[in-house]
Design a protein around this ligand. Structure first.
Ligand code: A3P
Length: 284
C-alpha cells in the first residue's frame, strides 16, 4: 500500500506519476489543434468512451481494439507510460486524461483540439472507485466504504475533489471544441450518443458501421476483450487481477449508501454544485 503523491493540492497515485512530469505537462506539453482528448474524473466511463472513439476511428472494425491495449491506443497524458507515447507520436492524437483544470496543459486553452468530458453521478463514481481500489496496490486503500465516503467528500482521493474537477471543467461547456456527455445518457441511448460524438468529431458512419460500434463497445464485449478489460495490468499494481467492468449500471449507489449517507451526499452536492442550470446533471 503506497500513499499519495501530492502535487498542487491534488493527490495522485505514487506509481507511474512524477511531480516533475506533471509540471512539464502543464507548462510545456503542446496540445495540437487536430488532437482529440477524452477527459474524465476517474470511474466516470473513461474506458467505455475510449472504446467507442477507437471504434469510430476504425468505422466499427474491431481489429485495432482487439489487438492493442486500450492504454496504448489512447495514452494517458499524465502517466509514465502514456506521456512518451504521446510526445513521440506524429499527426492527430487520441489522448486520455483525468487531470483537473488547473493542471491541464496550458496550450490547450488556445487550441482547437476537441475535448469530450464525461460526467457520471458522483455517487456511482464513489462506489465504482471504492470497489476498483479494493483490488489494487496503487494507492492507500480504505478499510470500509464509510471511510472512502468521507475521503471522497473531502476530495482526499486520487485526482482530488469530484466537485472541484467537475465545476471547473464544465465551465468550458459553451466552447465549440468542448462536448459534455454523461455516463447516464450513454447508457440510456448509446446509439444517439455515438451519433452525437460523430457530429462533434466530424465523422460519418454507415448504419452497419454504427451497429458494429454498438456491438463491440457493449459491456459484454468489453468485458471479454482482454485489450480493454484491464486483465493485462501488471502484477505489481494488482496481484489479484483488476476488474474494470464491474457492474456497468446507473444507480448502484442505492445498494451501498445508508440513508444518512444519501442525505449527507445530497447536502454537499446542493452546496457545491449550486448555480449550474437544471438538466446539466441527468441523474439529479
Ligand atoms: P462500475 O464500477 O460501476 O461497473 P472508468 O473507465 O472511468 O474507470 O469507469 C469504469 C466504470 O465504467 C465501471 O463502472 C465500468 O463497469 C463502467 N463501464 C466500462 N465499460 C462499460 C460499458 N461498455 N458499458 C457500461 N459500463 C461500462
Amino acid at each position: 500500500m503506497s500513499d499519495y503523491l501530492w502535487f498542487e493540492g491534488i493527490p495522485f497515485p505514487n506509481l507511474q506519476y512524477e511531480k516533475e512530469r506533471l509540471e512539464e505537462i502543464r507548462d510545456k506539453f503542446v496540445i495540437r489543434d487536430e488532437d482529440t482528448i477524452i477527459l474524465t474524473y476517474p470511474k466516470s466511463g473513461t474506458n467505455w468512451l475510449t472504446e467507442i472513439v477507437c471504434l469510430i476511428q476504425t468505422k466499427g472494425d474491431p481489429n485495432w481494439i482487439q489487438s492493442v491495449p486500450i492504454w496504448d491506443r489512447v495514452p494517458s497524458i499524465e502517466t509514465q507510460k502514456g506521456y512518451p507515447l504521446l510526445i513521440n507520436k506524429e499527426g492527430p492524437r487520441l489522448i486520455s486524461s483525468h487531470l483537473p483544470f488547473h493542471l491541464f496543459p496550458n496550450s490547450f486553452f488556445s487550441s482547437k483540439a476537441k475535448v469530450i468530458y464525461v460526467i457520471r453521478n458522483p455517487r456511482d463514481v464513489l462506489v465504482s472507485g471504492y470497489f476498483f481500489l479494493s483490488k489494487t496496490k496503487y494507492v492507500k486503500y480504505p478499510e470500509s466504504l464509510t471511510t472512502y465516503f468521507e475521503w471522497f467528500l473531502k476530495g482526499n482521493v486520487v485526482y482530488g475533489s469530484w466537485f472541484e474537477h467537475t465545476c471547473a471543467w464544465i465551465s468550458m461547456r459553451e466552447r465549440d471544441n468542448f462536448l459534455i456527455l454523461s455516463y447516464e445518457d450513454i447508457k440510456k441511448d448509446t446509439k444517439s450518443t455515438i451519433k452525437k460524438i460523430c457530429d462533434f468529431l466530424g465523422k460519418k458512419l454507415e448504419p452497419d458501421e454504427l451497429d458494429m460500434i454498438l456491438k463491440y463497445s457493449s459491456f459484454k464485449a468489453m468485458k471479454e476483450n482482454k485489450m480493454s478489460n484491464f486483465s493485462l495490468i501488471k502484477e505489481y499494481i494488482a496481484p489479484n487481477g483488476l476488474v474494470l467492468l464491474r457492474k456497468g449500471m446507473t444507480g448502484d449507489w442505492k445498494n451501498h449508501f445508508t440513508v444518512a449517507q444519501a442525505e449527507a451526499f445530497d447536502k454537499v452536492f446542493q452546496e457545491k454544485m449550486a448555480g449550474f442550470p437544471p438538466g446539466l446533471f441527468p441523474w439529479e
